[in-house]
Design a protein around this ligand. Sequence first.
Ligand code: G3H
Length: 482
Amino acid sequence: GGKLLTWQGELNPVRSPVCVQTVRGLEQKVIGSTPLLTSKESLAALDAAVQAYDLGRGLWPTMRLAERIEHVERFITRMQEQRQPVVNLLMWEIGKTQKDAEKEFDRTRDYLVETLSALKELDRNSARFVQEQGIMGQVRRVPLGVALCMGPYNYPLNETFSTLFPALLMGNTVVFKPAKFGVLLIRPLLEAFRDSFPPGVINIIYGRGRETVGALMESGKVDVFAFIGTNQGASELKRMHPKPHRLKAVLGLDAKNPAIILPDADLENAVNECVLGSLSFNGQRCTALKVLLVHKKILGPFLEKFIAAVGKLKPGLPWEPGVSLTPLPEPGKPAYLKGLVDDAVRHGAQVLNPNGGEARGSFFYPAIVSPVNEQMRLYYEEQFGPVIPIVPFEEDAEAIRYVVNSPYGQQLSLFGKDAKRMGALIDAFANQAGRINLNTQCQRGPDTFPFSGRKDSAEGTLSVADALRVFSIRTLVATKTT
Ligand code: G3H
C-alpha cells in the first residue's frame, strides 16, 4: 500500500541457471532472494487492491482516463532508467541472451506506449452516443474489479506487463505475482511502481503458489485472472475460486506448434525458419515450433541442412557474443528433456545430431529426434526446451490428422509453394489454430496482431487493443428521447 516494506520474514533464495564450478561439481549460483509470503500476507495485498477498487472510496476506477494515462507515462519514464539492471537480470535469472534480453525490455516499453495510443482510440470510439427506436444510449467501458496477473518465466517482463498494464489502464486494481524465475528483475522497478501509482492500485506478491495465489483464489475476491503458463496450473487455480462463473480468465496455455514442410518448399528458407522457430531462447517460447512434420520426398535433404544449421549454433553464456544456446532456468529441465528423448529412442527413434541430448549442469544440447510417432511422448507432449521431434509424412491427410487430433491449437507453420495445395491446407486448419504462418516460423508479434489459440491452448485473445477490451466490460446508459 504505497510503501516498500523491509521484509522480516522467511526468504526464498534465487539461483541463476549460470553454473559455477565448485569442489562439489557444477553448481547454480545464488544471486538473490525474495520474500516467502504466507497466505495471510498475500490476502493483505489483495485487500489493499479491493479497497483501492472500492467505488465509494477508491480513486483509481473512477479517475479520468487522461489522469490514469499520466500515471503510466510516469512509470514508462522511470522504467527506461532501469533498462540496464533489468536486462542484466534477464541474462542472469533466465539465461536470455543479451540481444534477446534487450529486445524483451524494448518490446515491453513499446507495448506500453502503443497501449496508450490504442486506449485513446478506444476512448474516442466509446464516447459516441447511439440513437435508435426512440432510445438514446452511450456505451461506457468500465473495469472488472480486481485483477490477478501472473506471467511465465520465459518472458517475465513482457508477458506480465502486457496484461498488468492494460488491466490498470482500464481502471482495475491489480495483484501481480512475478514468475518463479525472472523474479528479481522486478526489484529495480519497485520504486517506479511506488512513485507512479496511488497506494493499493498495484500490489506485488512473492512466494509459493499454493499459499499465495491459492489463498487469493479461495477468497473469491479476484474478478479477473490473467495467467500464462500450463493448463494444469490454470485449471487448479480456477477450480479454487468459489464462484468460477464470476471469474473472467485470460489464459495463454500449453502448445505443440507444428511446422509442415511440403515437398516444394524452399528448403533454405524452411531450414532457417525452423531453426529459429524451434531453438530461439532454447525452444522455451510458447510460440516455438515444437514438432516438424517433413514430407518423405525431401526428408533426406531437409535433415542434412537442418542438422548442419543446428550444429552452427553457438553454446555459451548469455552475455557472450554470438551465443544462442544458453543454460536453462528450470533445475529439473535437462533431466525431463532427457526422459523425453530416452522414451522416443526406446520406441525406435534416433538422435540424429552429434552431441544431441547431452546434458551438463543446467545446459542441454539440442536433440533432433527422428522418426517420431504417436507411441512416443514427444509426439504431442509439449517439451518447452531444445528437443526437436521430426515426424515424416507422405500424404497431406496425415499432416491434417496430426493437427486435428492434437489437443492444442495455438499456431502452425506451412512451408510450400503450390498455392492450391497450401490453400487446401489453410482451409483444413482454419479452425485448428489461432494463427497460420506461411513460409515463416510461428511467433506472437507484432503485438498489435491478435494472439489467441484454439482447443487447450488459450482462453481469450490478446493484442495491444484486445487486452484493453479483455480487462473491461461495456455498460449501456440509455434513455428515451420521445
Ligand atoms: O512464450 C510466448 C510468447 O508470447 C512468445 O512470444 O513469439 O514473440 O517469442 P514470441
